[in-house]
Design a protein around this ligand. Sequence first.
Ligand code: PLP
Length: 393
Amino acid sequence: MDFPERFSTLPEYAFPRLRALLDSHAPGGAPLAMSIGEPQHAFPSFVSEALAEAMPLFNKYPPNEGAPDLLAAIGDWVAGRYGVTVDPATQILALNGTREGLFAACLALCPDRKAGGTPRVAMPNPFYQVYAVGAKAAGAEPLFVNATRETGFLPDFTALSEAELDQTAIAYVCSPSNPQGAVADADYWRALLTLAEKHDFYVFADECYSEVYRDTPPPGALQIATEMGVDPDRVVIFHSLSKRSNLPGLRSGFAAAGPRAMAELKKLRAYAGAPLPGPLQAVAAKVWRDEAHVIENRALYAAKFDRADAVFGDLPDYVSPPAGFFLWLPVPDGEAAALKLWTETGLRVLPGAYLSRDTDRGNPGKGFIRAALVAPPEDVDRGLLHIRDCLYS
Ligand SMILES: Cc1ncc(COP(=O)(O)O)c(C=O)c1O
């Protein structure tokens, strides 16, 4: 049996790697996971009733592109959040969570050739791993752009060479970013969108953490593109209820883009996509229409970040993230630190290098661990103190 060459260089996924690193060792205390970014705050209480009401829809094939009511709810949300009008019928696609869309959009929009050669798909490094698989599946080559302390923990696409930019077909950006919680400000988006127009590439904005911020709502790619008058087909934004509403199991998100790009996404989905089940679409519409629970959720994360600042604030290299729900903590070696935490305290964190790749400028994840602030506050507190005592005392 032959297997595809294009996926042969993919490393093992982060979580099996973590199990291989830790599970042959006994935990040094009561096990506690800060390794996985699975939201654990309560989802809105009206969800259960809304689901029960919508049950009869299990009797029907769901609308592939999203039920009109869900698309309308999303359109209203985009207008309220970003002040941008998107046509629900032609510019929005309901997704089974953003991961599905981040992958499928690469297949739908990446051209076969760019600047006479294999297209490149630029992405931050470290990054959410689906970006690289989307690129590979589309026959493109990932271009890893290191996001380091020096670059404000965002990829500096403006530092790429003219030739690299010409070869680039798509640039993924994650803002707020996983793992660092960095936020792309309006100037960042303006610079990237200017490059995208000049070098003719798409911008895929993974904004699934957009509602988990501490003080200021992060600006969105479509918002800035609209203000600049950039071709809306150049920009695809991705949003999710997983983090905003603590519903990772609902598998509900959306993509929004200009009508021509969206038509391509919809065409591929009509053949190969798996629509979100009808009752879940009905629930999702109600969740997008409610902001009260989002405000409460944000306050819970803000309190955890305040606690993290109290624990680590005196460390010279500590960066207090403005958004997201991870800490990205500098250590001499991420794997050694994760193993030490597990064997001495029972705490699981992710070595940063499991989210990053080697480049000729080094591997920007190696000297970090990622800790998720998703557990109940008392557990997060215990975990933070373990990290402080075990790694920084
Ligand atoms: C940066 C980033 N993008 C996308 C996703 C996918 O989220 P979902 O498919 O649940 O919307 C995640 C999930 O952890 C993520 O961290």
